[in-house]
Design a binder for this molecule. Structure first.
Ligand SMILES: Cc1ncc(COP(=O)(O)O)c(C=O)c1O
Length: 442
């Protein structure tokens, strides 16, 4: 039996972890240089305030590609989400339902509007919002739902939209991790009232920083322009006379850098091909993990195309009795397997900002504006809590797994076989770790 790397043996994984990501291709470099040259003859070309030039072109292409009527580029996904919450008509003190199993900015856009996040639980297989729990969390003060396609897997949009329609709520899709993902034949970001994307580091398309929002509703689009665009742009795009009365520079500077728009236009035509490669490589990992005890690969729900911003499998303790998740992960990591205890780790409402009601405004805002007593406590979302505390894992290569990574995936699977073939040793390590913990706390 080969010695485990955790005991000083050879590592089972020797290949590097995939392509560097993000990376600038020659096309992008040439396009950026050409745009800068063009701006010498046409000074307005790269002026962000008017929103013409490459920004307008990128917005048009993004909307066409995704299948939506309107696109507004922003400087980040967080900015797009914040604009969407404001433009959706959410006011200070209103409630917005959201997942606790996410990156914080799915939630901070609600706090930034001084509205109150109310958390609904997730589905244990897809880790996305459970529509039944969303419905249970609705109160007379609820105005909207922010639904995140976490890790690149589409949420149950039919279920969410049905609940939203029944109760007259706006739906904002957080697609920051899911650019290009498909739900029942349609791209995510085109199904709710707003779709918000991030085009920052580590996303399926990456332009350094950037984002955008999509909507099919002209009225909501104008409202978004009023919040996040310069009056020079509002001047030619906002048609409503009532809104035009309010045009002013009292806005948020959430405009995209035009050179990001140039880079995005170069990458967008490759998006589907890149995502197909990510699916192929991660799909091979899922297939191989079927025979490995102690771990369940990532499930893809019917009718969904995952785009793997993250690959988050699940620890199955019943299959490796006596082995802790920590030891399982340590032994695999020592072999060179990309593996961690997961991405979210603590549901958002159990984090200090919620437990201490301390967001950036002070004076307990936004909670001091809530229209009923609001509590955030253990047991609020049991599925998310169990996932974070007991079974969440992180693995795979995310957006870096382009091209053919089958040799790397095979090495990773060999490492899983090597480690799980020595369960008795893992049990011993677990017992040792447990006794050390007891000593440490004695
Ligand atoms: C789910 C989610 N929402 C929002 C954001 C914010 O995007 P950005 O970093 O572009 O502001 C991120 C960023 O990683 C994210 O993962």
């Amino acid at each position: 039996m080969p010695t485990l790397a955790i005991d000083g043996g050879e590592k089972a994984v020797t290949l590097n972890m995939g392509e560097p990501w993000p990376r600038a291709g020659e096309e992008e470099i040439e396009a950026v240089v050409a745009a800068l040259r063009k701006s010498r003859e046409d000074w307005e070309y790269l002026c962000s305030a008017r929103g013409g030039g490459p920004t307008a072109e990128m917005e048009q292409r993004w909307a066409e590609f995704m299948g939506a009527r309107f696109c507004m580029a922003t400087n980040s996904g967080g900015a797009a989400l914040h604009i969407a919450v404001m433009a959706a008509g959410v006011q200070a003190g209103d409630e917005v339902i959201v997942s606790p199993y996410t990156w914080g900015q799915t939630v901070s856009c609600i706090l930034q509007q001084c509205a109150i996040p109310v958390f609904a639980d997730i589905d244990p297989e897809t880790y996305t919002l459970d529509p039944a729990d969303v419905e249970r969390k609705i109160t007379p003060y609820t105005k909207a739902i922010v639904v995140v396609h976490i890790y690149g897997h589409p949420a149950d949009m039919d279920g969410i939209l049905a609940v939203a329609r029944k109760h007259g709520l706006k739906v904002i899709e957080d697609c920051a991790q899911a650019t290009g993902a498909i739900y029942k034949g349609r791209r995510v970001g085109t199904l709710g009232d707003f779709g918000c994307f991030s085009i920052g580091d580590g996303k399926q398309i990456s332009a350094g920083e950037g984002g955008c929002l999509l909507t099919n509703d002209e009225d909501l689009f104008e409202e978004a322009l009023m919040v996040g665009q310069h009056p020079m742009r509002q001047g030619w795009q906002v048609k409503s006379e009532e809104r035009r009365r309010w045009m002013d520079s009292l806005i948020y500077t959430y405009r995209i850098h035009p050179l990001s728009a140039v880079m995005i236009m170069q990458q967008l035509p490759h998006l589907d091909e890149w995502n197909a490669q990510r699916r192929q490589n991660h799909g091979m990992l899922t297939e191989g993990l079927k025979d490995i005890p102690g771990i369940k690969g990532v499930k893809v729900a019917e009718g969904c195309e995952h785009v793997y911003h993250q690959y988050s499998p699940t620890f199955v303790p019943e299959e490796v009795e006596g082995v802790s998740r920590e030891v399982y992960v340590k032994a695999l990591a020592a072999e060179g397997v990309p593996i961690s205890l997961g991405y979210v780790r603590t549901p958002i409402y159990l984090r200090p900002r919620f437990q201490h009601r301390n967001y950036f405004y002070g004076k307990e805002l936004p909670w001091s504006l809530s229209q009923r007593p609001i509590e955030y406590k253990e047991g609020d979302c049991p599925v998310a809590e169990h996932r974070c505390a007991r079974v969440e894992l992180g693995s795979g290569g995310g957006p870096r797994w382009l091209g053919d990574q089958s040799a790397l995936v095979r090495q990773i699977l060999n490492a899983f076989e090597k480690v799980t073939g020595q369960i008795e040793r893992l049990r011993e390590l677990t017992r040792h770790e447990a006794s050390e913990n007891v000593m440490r706390h004695a």
